[in-house]
Design a protein around this ligand. Sequence first.
Ligand code: URA
Length: 267
Amino acid sequence: MAPSEERIVPMRLQRFLARAGVASRRGSETLMSAGRVRVNGQVVREMGSKVDPATDVVEVDGAVVRLAQGPCFLVLNKPAGYLTTMSDPYGRPCVASLVPTSRYPGLFPVGRLDGDTTGILLFTTDGDVAQALLHPSKHVDKHYVALVQGTPDEADLARLGEGIMLDDGPAAPAHAEVIGPDDALFRTVAPEGARGDTSVVGITLHEGRKHQVKRMMATVGHKVLLLHRDAFGPLTLRGCELGSWRMLDEDEVASLQRLTVKQRRTQ
Ligand code: URA
């Protein structure tokens, strides 16, 4: 059931605050103890207090807090070592453990990143938007930063830009550029001196095939050592730390919806 269809009944205040994304339940209790939470104008410190989301006005530091209506959209900064799946039969770490699935039942990732790839992964409860964003011929631009072996030359970059042949068919043209000999992003995982002959490449894909960046770079002779996605369409991580998530703001949700409407018209 999507959050917009959930039957909302009176609930404990700290649960309400957590579900509204104000803080964890523990953090919400701290806010309550500090006298920063009001219900219908009255400061509420008692942990057992209940609110009716339909009728009570809840404020934190004077700002009204409401439960999310409609579908949920958030981005995760995926760390390495997590599979892009909501459950794994072998019990391996998966991204489901990093996002608020109990607060937003039906949340799922839009597309996938390899287990060893880091960076932006969109989650939503809105199946229509996800389907439109994933349409095979109309994929949104995705920007990756890759630490690769060696340094691609102009000819390599031109081949990527023309669209190279992969074992499962031709890849659409991708804009690629050498960003530099190194990049702060990768300094912690591959400290200077340990990197050897490597360079950092920025690459924009319009498709989303399995291991696509790794296969494209390998085809032009530059094995990908580390891969990070820093943009998905109009979305960026915007200060979201590795392993944490943030809700999209209204403008970001609107920009996704505009994209999908445009895509549905062109399908
Ligand atoms: N391309 C890859 O090779 N891996 C990813 O995780 C994403 C794109």
